[in-house]
Design a protein around this ligand. Sequence first.
Ligand SMILES: Cc1cn([C@H]2C[C@H](O)[C@@H](COP(=O)(O)OP(=O)(O)OP(=O)(O)O)O2)c(=O)[nH]c1=O
Length: 193
Amino acid sequence: MSIVPVILASSSPRRKELLQGLKLNFQTHPSDEDETVAPGTAPEEFVEILSLRKASSVAARYDQGLVIGSDTVVVCDGEILGKPQDEQDAYRMLDMLQGRAHWVYTGVAIVEAGGNKQQVAHQKTEVFMKPLDESRIRSYIRSGEPMDKAGSYGIQGLGATLVEKIHGDFFTVVGLPVSLLSDMLEEFGVHVL
Ligand SMILES: Cc1cn([C@H]2C[C@H](O)[C@@H](COP(=O)(O)OP(=O)(O)OP(=O)(O)O)O2)c(=O)[nH]c1=O
């Protein structure tokens, strides 16, 4: 158990659940940072910039503690897909992803509040989606699940039925690479196990 306060700079229920899995005491403090990044930024850089921006903005509000920020995007044909704007956008994304492979990138940053230590890294996982016809995509969109998720699907929910297989870390797809995060926490003196 750590005595350093840990703060998750996120409004994502998935990230909260995944961090709870590490049995750390922590609080959440969502960041309201702007999520725009310069066009043409590579995905690995994109998720690291946003993870660090989220963690740094929340760290600035505390005198001490370790603040964790994270960001997830889906990458297909060189296009970075974030959360859909609306149902039409969700359809466009799912139609693009069906029947083929894409990458999910998740960045994770730890920023020491009241100090000057910080670390950022990312992980990527390849996801193979089944071929999906229009009615299946529309039915999935009607479930409401796609709307707050990068690439318009959630592998941990109904979206699991759309996925054929993955290569890499499952938790990276859901939105927080917990194994990588635990290694990073070690560097800050927090031992999960
Ligand atoms: C691909 C995929 C993404 N997602 C989610 C994880 C993230 O919550 C979301 C990507 O959006 P993010 O902008 O990374 O995160 P967020 O806005 O939800 O939360 P915050 O910035 O406050 O931390 O997509 C899933 O839940 N399952 C999946 O399979």
